[in-house]
Design a protein around this ligand. Structure first.
Ligand code: NAD
Length: 289
């Protein structure tokens, strides 16, 4: 029997790549419900699969901020048992904290945190009653450690980490495995899709010159990190495939060892000051802006 997998955020990036990979699996052992907010963007996925929709794939509309669309998707899948739920939809928000609008912060949490909560809530009861299932959540390195000018994004991914770690404890007796995938930089639309103020733009008006300088410095650092170290979607997919296929997947899997030394520093020096200093020096150098 086929393993059924529902994935959120499949119009681009990691979700698109994972849906295409599973639907095109030569042993045809998966049935993929690729969901996306805007069905008009489904073309990209079909193109990947050679222009037509194989019987291993069904594309469904799902906006994780819309309880109605979640209920409809859950209803659609209800007849089939769902083996794997991949909560992948996510958005970014960058910039000095002073420039983050209330609306932008609320939207970010509505997608990254409450979107994941709602999606899990929609599919969890059926998994519990079958006493089987897997939930995989796209977290981030920014869910494990703070990153400069990503305070609100990191807050949302830290929240996702706390959500999942707490839930995993209760899901243990139900034989439901929950796995967080912590990606580092990945070449997707994420950087262009995220909200970020232009360092020369009007949002910066009123912000102190020193923070503006640090932000410009950070953007340069970020560009070079992406240029030199970002992974391709194909390189992070094995982590998701492992979480789908392994008999007993761990709670956390990092897709890259890029920030492992800083992560170890964070653990070995729990008061946090060594981490803050090391991250500051890594991004801004030791000699000020
Ligand atoms: P992406 O922007 O290509 O994909 C995110 C997807 O989520 C998009 O298809 C978008 O349409 C969808 N989405 C946004 N709001 C939605 C909503 N309300 N309902 C349903 N779908 C919605 O970027 P990606 O890199 O593929 O991101 C996937 C996940 O990986 C995200 O959770 C992101 O936080 C995480 N991540 C990405 C990176 C990176 O560098 N690309 C790093 C760490 C973590």
């Amino acid at each position: 029997e086929r393993t059924t997998v529902l994935i959120t955020g499949c119009s681009s990036g990691i979700g698109l790549g994972l849906a295409a990979r599973l639907a095109a699996d030569t042993t045809r052992r998966f049935k993929v419900y690729a969901t996306m907010r805007d069905l008009a963007k489904g073309e990209r996925l079909l193109e990947r699969l050679g222009g037509c929709c194989p019987d291993t794939l069904e594309v469904l509309q799902l906006d994780v901020t819309d309880p109605g669309s979640l209920a409809a998707a859950a209803q659609r899948v209800q007849g089939q048992r769902l083996d794997v739920l991949v909560c992948n939809a996510g958005v970014g928000l960058m910039g000095p904290l002073e420039t983050c609008s209330d609306q932008a912060m609320k939207t970010l949490f509505d997608v990254n945190l409450f979107g994941a909560v709602r999606t899990i809530q929609a599919f969890l009861p059926a998994m519990k009653s079958r006493r089987a299932g897997r939930i995989i959540v796209s977290s981030s390195i920014g869910g494990l450690q703070g990153l400069p000018f990503n305070a609100v994004y990191c807050a949302s991914k830290f929240a996702v980490e706390g959500l999942c770690e707490s839930l995993a404890i209760v899901l243990r007796p139900f034989n439901i495995h929950l796995t967080l995938v912590e990606c580092g930089p990945v070449h997707t639309g994420f950087l262009t899709n995220l909200q970020r103020p232009d360092p020369e733009g009007s949002e910066m008006r009123g912000l102190d010159a020193e923070t503006q300088g640090l932000y410009r410095r950070y953007l340069r650092h970020c560009q070079s990190i992406f240029r030199d170290t970002a992974q391709e979607v194909e390189e992070v997919l094995p982590v998701y495939l492992e979480a789908i296929g392994s008999p007993c997947p761990p709670l956390r899997c990092a897709s890259t060892a890029l920030l492992a030394p800083l992560w170890r520093l964070r653990l070995s020096s729990p008061d946090g000051s060594a981490y803050v200093r090391a991250m500051h020096d890594l991004v801004f150098g030791g000699d000020g802006p």
